[in-house]
Design a protein. Structure first.
Length: 765
């Protein structure tokens, strides 16, 4: 709020520890008219009559008393319960004094005797109700406060609404004081009011069960005395619901010569005009400071010497009334008030922008009142030419909040499978909603964005926190993080079984073994996990309850490790006793290779001496470390890529019940290159300058051989592209020389070969 905000709060004399108490004011029967006239400061010549329920109180509440030390309360219920000596915030007024559901009303009737120089009656008043006014429509009036003069149909209890000031483009339009026809200032805790208090917060709900109270206003009732004494009646009524009470606060009755005449009041130019103070953000309090040169914020009805920045010709203190307006930023300096909207309930010296105001600019119109003089309205306390608006209202900020707390199982220790729940801590202003994110050891848990978290095995051993991010329309989000919870533990088994391997005899190659997890697991597992091992080494993929013995197992021992599986329980593996796998050793002689190790030649593997003799043999052929072929064939056609490398064949024998055996031959000599099939090149044409010779390469093999060609003149190669074509046009420089055509064949793994045609005759003209 700042220094000035604090000063204004102190100046208002509203909520504090030194609160008044309700006078011993019983129901109407014990409130004498004389006491009523004294409570409202009625001057001589004014008498009062009461109907309904009334009480006299000195409790300071909502700008009352406005004069003296006491004021009058009229109620459609029991007036002495409006401001009880021992407030009960949970209590409702709700007193039905008539037939159930029928309207109730109370009234004060004033009789004013004629007197010289008297032409107007002034009375301060406010309307309160316990009805939730914002849940109804303006087309259906509910509670009302009325001030009328006998014989005159004019309603003098009028709220100026948007018409505190009068302009041609938007004339004044006062409205009666009735619930649903008049917007009330929000009570604390109203969801559309983003702060718990402001500089002029009425005492709600600590002192009363009322939901809403209007600002203090002053009625001006003209007196003509044409027929003698004048009668003015102030009444408060439940128009359509007798079960919800309404209240009229009345004080400071006085008489004057005129309701409105003579020179009006004005801001004192000596102070240079007022300003709007505070932070321009949703939920941040704004206030009107009429004399910005001082450290305090002068109260609208400040009786001090300096006053509130306004003056009157008669030096009578001026009271101020306020009306706040909003518009789009583009109209910020537009004096045509048809572009501005009066803000509902914003008729106090301070105002707290709501989400509706976000992005808008605000202005406050200030009206000065002095009994008997013409009210004047200015856009600031300078001159009418001063147009002092706020900057656009930005997002609000949460000024306070509480970190969430994590609630888990009783005892404060949680295990996997338990559910944790975050309990929110409310913010100021109150959040609309929260978003959540759970963390383990400071790292966010994917998908854990609800208010509850069911702990998984991944959270075991971790400390859990949750971050709650408060959100509110047109407010910047703000996050709070809980204290750590944990570490999270896994539950332990109360007992486990002893697994065994089921087998009818000695395990042999190809047989299937089955694991029995054993009895005694507590609690009962949801399932079991298995891991078979050979000689203590994990067998990859062997994770089922059954296992088929492989050739690699022959001669070794097998075990199975079993763990019970249940959510929230730590794995507690148990391993069976080992079983041995027996098998025979296969015998074989050294294989040999027959054939010539040359590219394109066929080699044959000869492998004898196998025991047992019915072993299945496979042959893997290698050129150096390069595998050429592996299958059941003992023949190999030597490929070109084997050229220059020795050939080895590895023969593997396999048979059920035996461990596979692989034996290798001795290497052959290095593979010789193959021989190309060579074509016979030929040249056709006359050896004459200017004639074209045509050449053919002949048939070369095998498939894939690459041929290159070259023409030679007199034994010298012809350069450029012309020297490598299959046709050649004889140049003059070849005259007298012989021409040949040369073909070269190349293929990987084969010896390169070059063939030339016979020379032509000497070239002639």
């Amino acid at each position: 709020m700042g220094i000035k905000g604090i000063a204004l709060t102190a100046a208002t004399g509203l909520i504090g520890s030194a609160l008044g108490v309700v006078s011993a004011a019983p129901a109407l029967a014990d409130v004498a008219p004389l006491a009523a006239t004294a409570a409202i400061d009625a001057p001589a010549g004014v008498s009062a009559a009461l109907s309904g329920s009334a009480a006299v109180t000195s409790t300071a509440f909502n700008d009352f008393p406005s004069q003296g030390s006491s004021y009058l309360v009229l109620s459609t219920g029991d007036a002495d319960q409006v401001l009880p000596a021992l407030p009960d915030p949970q209590a409702q007024l709700s007193t039905d004094r008539g037939n159930d559901g029928a309207p109730d009303s109370s009234s004060l009737t004033l009789t004013i005797q004629p007197a010289a120089g008297i032409g107007c009656l002034f009375v301060d008043f406010a309307l309160g109700t316990e009805e939730p006014v914002h849940t109804y429509t303006t087309d259906s009036a509910s509670d009302t406060l009325s001030i009328k003069r006998s014989g005159d149909a004019t309603e003098y209890a009028m709220n100026a609404g948007r018409g505190y000031f009068s302009q041609a483009s938007w004339p004044a339009k006062p409205v009666p004081y009735s619930v649903n026809a008049l917007d009330y200032w929000h009570a604390p805790g109203d969801p559309t009011d983003p702060v718990t208090g402001s500089t002029e917060e009425p005492r709600l709900p600590r002192l009363t069960g009322l939901n809403h109270v209007t600002t203090r206003d002053t009625a001006r009732i003209p007196l003509t005395f044409a027929g003698g004494a004048e009668t003015v009646t102030v009444s408060v009524s439940d128009v359509s619901n007798g079960d919800l009470d309404s209240v009229a606060f009345l004080d400071h009755l006085r008489l004057g010569a005129s309701c409105s005449s003579g020179t009006g009041v004005e801001p004192n130019p000596a102070y240079g005009g007022g300003v709007i103070g505070g932070i321009r953000g949703v939920g941040d309090e704004l206030w009107y400071d009429p004399i910005p040169s001082t450290s305090d914020i002068e109260r609208y009805d400040d009786p001090a010497v300096q006053g509130n920045g306004w003056r009157s010709p008669s030096n009578v203190p001026v009271e101020l009334r306020f009306r706040w307006y909003r518009t789009m930023a583009g109209y910020a300096h537009d004096g045509d008030m048809s572009h501005w909207s009066a803000i509902p309930d914003a008729d106090r010296q301070s105002y707290v922008p709501t989400s509706v105001d976000a992005g808008s600019v605000l202005i406050v119109m200030v009206t000065g009142f002095v009994d008997g003089r013409r009210p004047e309205t200015f856009p600031s306390t300078g001159t009418q030419s001063t147009w002092y608006v706020t900057l656009p209202i930005g997002n609000g900020t949460f000024v306070d909040g509480e970190a969430p707390t994590i609630v888990g199982p009783s005892g404060g220790h949680a295990s996997v499978g338990d559910t944790l729940t975050a309990q929110i801590g409310h913010t100021v202003p109150r959040e609309d909603t929260y978003s959540w994110q759970w963390f383990e050891n400071g790292v966010s848990i994917s998908g854990a964005t609800g208010q509850s978290l069911t702990l998984g095995a991944a959270q075991a051993g971790r400390t859990i926190t949750v971050t709650a991010t408060a959100k509110r329309l047109n407010f910047d989000p703000k996050s709070w993080t809980s204290a750590g919870y944990g570490p999270i533990t896994l539950q332990t088994w109360s007992s486990t079984g002893s697994p065994t391997i089921l087998d009818d005899g000695t395990p042999t190659y190809g047989e299937t073994l089955t694991a029995d997890p054993g009895s005694g697991w507590a609690p009962t597992p949801d399932s079991y996990s298995y891991q078979w091992k050979r000689d203590g080494i994990v067998i990859s993929g062997a994770t089922n309850a059954s296992y088929s013995i492989k050739s690699d197992d022959v001669g070794g021992s097998l075990t199975v490790t079993v763990s019970g599986v249940k959510t929230g329980y730590a794995a507690q593996p148990r391993t069976s006793e080992p079983v041995s796998v027996l098998g025979a050793t296969m015998i074989a002689g050294t294989p040999t290779i027959t054939g010539t190790p040359t590219v394109d030649q066929t080699l044959t593997a000869v492998s004898t001496g196998w025991n047992p003799g019915d072993a299945t043999l496979t042959y893997a052929w290698y050129a150096g470390d390069l595998k050429l072929q592996e299958d059941s064939s003992r023949y190999l056609v030597v490929p070109a890529k084997a050229a220059g490398l020795p050939i080895v064949v590895r023969v593997t024998g396999s048979r059920t019940g035996y461990q596979p055996l692989t034996v290798a031959s001795d290497p052959t000599p290095a593979v010789a290159k193959g021989k190309l099939t060579v074509g016979t090149p030929q040249v056709y044409g006359a050896a004459v300058v200017g004639q074209t010779l045509q050449a053919i390469t002949g048939a070369w093999g095998p498939s894939g051989v690459r041929l290159s060609t070259q023409w030679k003149v007199g034994g010298t190669p012809v350069t450029g592209r012309a020297g490598h074509r299959e046709s050649f046009t004889i140049p003059r420089s070849a005259r007298g020389k012989r021409i040949t055509f040369v073909v070269t064949g190349k293929l990987a793994g084969y010896t390169t070969v070059t063939r030339s045609t016979a020379p032509t005759s000497k070239v002639t003209r």
